[in-house]
Ligand binder design. Structure first.
Ligand SMILES: Cc1cc2nc3c(=O)[nH]c(=O)nc-3n(C[C@H](O)[C@H](O)[C@H](O)COP(=O)(O)OP(=O)(O)OC[C@H]3O[C@@H](n4cnc5c(N)ncnc54)[C@H](O)[C@@H]3O)c2cc1C
Length: 398
């Protein structure tokens, strides 16, 4: 019998395992990960940005966990020797009509307790990023860059040191809740456990569904984010991180330029509906999963609401010229030939039946399970804080 089984060896599952073992080393904890390596999905395909907490509604789980998690992440990396750089970022209003939204962000950042935010004129922005085009901007000194796969490896190392087990290449296929224990079946073994903690990312809704009787009221909608890499001879166009003012009606931040911790500069990610949950290529399609997405009543409402933005994103996905044009809003000197195709990531975005894309992190509890059902960006930055929150919920049951 295992006290706690955690499904998912991404950054949230590993941080949760670590926070549980730190507090209760006597409890047995096993992480089950279906892939043969850690961080194989969202965590290993993200932008590698340490977010400051600028964007999130004050008091929301995103705001609280991002700000607390930011500090916890940096302390962990300092102790464990994981490299990171706090290079700061600029947010750029390229048109006068974006300035009110930039000002809202500035106020929000202050409400979230970020010190050192600075409004920038066009000339001041160009002192920081000489090739940027914009009417006004904002300097965010806290933002940084990191390799989240490396962070996960260190979390895992610490989990193992504390006696936790991490089993790779084991896919959970069935969960049956009994009166006192649950039975978790994988493609390799069967476990009995007192508590299931579901951190399965793109499949968190499926796992949540296995842990309870009635139908759960949300579905994960997969949104692919595609990147281009900037050719080395054009790296000088971007010193650090350059972000647009996000569209307040769309849950993603908009394509941006990111200097990566191991060198190189990426541009992206866009946000297009993925036709498969772990579909990293445009051609990837899983008819069953696609049908599940399209037939979800909430998705149909989302599609109705965002169809124009969605079509634009889809067009930019297939047309490099259109993608380049979006990037030129921020850096007019970027040319199509400066961009080479990079990787892609797929975001797990929960959507409820009524058509709301869940804006905040969501943790659903049932009798024998805790389900982390919406952990999109900035969940990597916030991982130790989310892990602490989940561990408190878990340990309250022991
Ligand atoms: C394109 C993109 C850019 C992003 N940029 C940033 C950023 O710069 N900064 C930031 O803070 N956040 C960023 N994010 C968000 C961040 O990466 C995610 O919020 C975070 O990685 C979520 O971690 P997770 O552990 O919940 O999910 P995942 O990393 O997806 O892990 C879930 C794991 O569960 C496993 N699993 C699923 N089903 C099963 C099963 N049945 N049995 C066993 N295992 C299973 C999967 O294989 C997977 O490894 C970005 C995300 C994307 C996609």
């Amino acid at each position: 019998m295992t006290d706690i089984i955690i499904i998912g060896g991404g950054i949230v599952g590993l941080a949760t395992a670590l926070q549980i073992k730190r507090r209760r080393p006597d409890l047995s904890v096993t992480v089950l990960e279906k892939e043969n390596r850690l961080a194989a999905h969202q965590t290993g395909h993200n932008s590698g940005v340490i977010h400051s907490g600028l964007y999130y509604k004050p008091g929301s789980l995103k705001a609280v966990n991002c700000i607390r998690g930011y500090r916890m992440l940096l302390d962990f990396c300092d102790q464990e020797g994981v490299p990171y750089e706090l290079c700061g970022k600029i947010v750029v209003a390229t048109k006068p009509e974006q300035v009110p939204q930039l000002n809202n962000l500035f106020e929000r950042g202050q409400q979230n307790g970020l010190g050192g935010l600075r409004k920038l004129s066009g000339a001041e922005m160009r002192e920081i990023e000489p090739h940027v085009n914009g009417v006004e901007g904002m300097w965010v000194p806290q933002t940084g860059i990191i390799d989240y796969v490396q962070v996960c490896e260190k979390y895992a190392e610490n989990v193992r040191k504390l006696g936790g087990e991490i089993r790779l290449g084991e896919k959970v296929t069935q969960i049956t809740a009994g009166n006192t224990l649950s039975v978790v079946v994988t493609d390799k073994a069967t476990y009995e456990t007192k508590l299931v903690v579901n951190c399965a990312g793109l499949y968190s809704d499926k796992m949540a569904q296995l842990t309870q009787r009635g139908e759960i009221d949300l579905r994960i909608i997969p949104f692919r984010g595609e990147y281009y890499k900037i050719r080395p001879e054009k790296h000088h166009l971007v010193r650090n991180l350059i972000y647009p003012v996000p569209d307040p009606n769309f849950p993603f931040l908009g394509v941006h330029f990111t200097r990566m911790i191991h060198g190189g500069v990426e541009a992206g990610p866009n946000a297009v509906l993925a036709f498969r949950r772990e579909g990293y290529r445009k051609s990837d399609i899983d008819l069953k999963e696609l049908f599940e997405t399209l037939s979800w009543p909430g998705f149909q409402k989302v599609a109705g609401k965002y169809w124009q933005t969605g079509m634009g994103e889809m067009y930019r996905s297939f047309s490099k010229a259109a993608f380049t044009k979006a990037l030129q809003e921020l850096i007019p000197e970027v040319r199509e030939e400066d961009l080479v195709e990079g990787g892609a990531g797929v975001r797990a975005q929960a959507c409820d039946r009524r058509g709301g894309l869940l804006d905040d992190f969501a943790i659903l509890e049932s009798e024998r399970a805790i389900n982390v059902c919406n952990a999109p960006s900035p969940a990597a930055t916030s991982s130790l804080s989310i892990g602490l929150t989940v561990s408190e919920k878990a340990l309250a049951r022991f």
